[in-house]
Design a protein around this ligand. Structure first.
Ligand SMILES: Nc1ncnc2c1ncn2[C@@H]1O[C@H](COP(=O)(O)OP(=O)(O)OP(=O)(O)O)[C@@H](O)[C@H]1O
Ligand SMILES: Nc1ccn([C@@H]2O[C@H](COP(=O)(O)O)[C@@H](O)[C@H]2O)c(=O)n1
Ligand SMILES: [Mg+2]
Length: 226
């Protein structure tokens, strides 16, 4: 079945993001894999702005907006909110920021999220940072998180795992087919995970990135990109 792409703007208006053209890194991984924790480290060391789609949705609930109840119900069930709701929150946050590079944490969560975001904004991620973590470890972390989240209970955790496997992994596989996934073993302590994350964000050769284009088994040249 084809993906339904929600035009967040039915009047055909272009997203303001297609004009601002921010640099975007998607940060994906199962619930409790450490996305938020590592994003905080990346912000501190590499100057990105961290936008957690989940946090934006929770703020929308707290704001008492008309979508609040619907969002609350879906989060309580570990379900994925319609893309136009989440994309508009992301767009607002990006446009209000003076920064031009963003970590978008927990988005896209499914193919509808991904396709709609690309259709509406025209933005393709620089890469996707994927935190790969076992369900046992993720469950242990979430049950010890103590942040008072309505979805941090064993029943909803299991539903979120199911959603991740059935919907979110397909997004990671899509970007993997484009060579855009940077996979991190997230089953390790925070500091060790961040060492691996740093390597992804640290350019080689003092800021220039060398690519050797290997065609037909031979290197046809090295291109230095600043
Ligand atoms: N590498 C790690 N080792 C042990 N605990 C960790 C690690 N990374 C994060 N944690 C802890 O696990 C919990 C979940 O981490 P975090 O909130 O960053 O995950 P998340 O991927 O953002 O989860 P969610 O998708 O539910 O928001 C937090 O209490 C955090 O302190
Ligand atoms: N793109 C998204 C992201 C999140 N949600 C909903 O929020 C819940 C919490 O997300 P976290 O990343 O903070 O764990 C998630 O389980 C979804 O219910 C969403 O709908 N779409
Ligand atoms: Mg998080």
């Amino acid at each position: 079945m084809g993906t339904i792409v929600h035009a967040a703007y039915t009047d055909g208006r272009k997203s303001a993001l297609s004009v601002k053209k921010p640099k975007v890194v998607f940060v994906l991984g199962g619930p409790g894999s450490g996305k938020g924790t590592q994003c905080a480290n990346i912000v501190e060391h590499f100057g990105y702005t961290h936008l957690s789609a989940g946090d934006l949705l929770r703020a929308e609930i707290s704001s008492g907006s008309e979508n609040g109840t619907m969002i609350q119900n879906m989060i309580s069930e570990g379900k994925i909110v319609p893309p136009e709701v989440t994309i508009k929150l992301l767009e607002k946050a990006i446009m209000e920021s003076a920064n031009d590079k963003f970590l978008i944490d927990g988005f896209p969560r499914n193919e509808e999220n991904r396709a709609t975001f690309e259709a509406v904004t025209g933005i393709v991620p620089e890469f996707v940072l994927f935190f790969d973590c076992s369900e046992e470890e993720m469950e242990r972390r979430i049950l010890n998180r103590n942040q008072g989240r309505v979805d941090d209970n064993i029943n909803t955790i299991r539903k979120r795992f199911k959603v991740f496997v059935e919907s979110s992994l397909a997004v990671i596989n899509y970007y993997n087919s484009k060579g855009k996934v940077r996979k991190i073993d997230a089953d390790k302590p925070v500091a060790e995970v961040f060492e691996a994350v740093k390597a992804v964000f640290t350019p080689v050769n003092g800021g220039k990135v060398n690519f050797c284009i290997d065609m037909v088994g031979c290197c046809v040249g090295a291109i230095q990109l600043s």
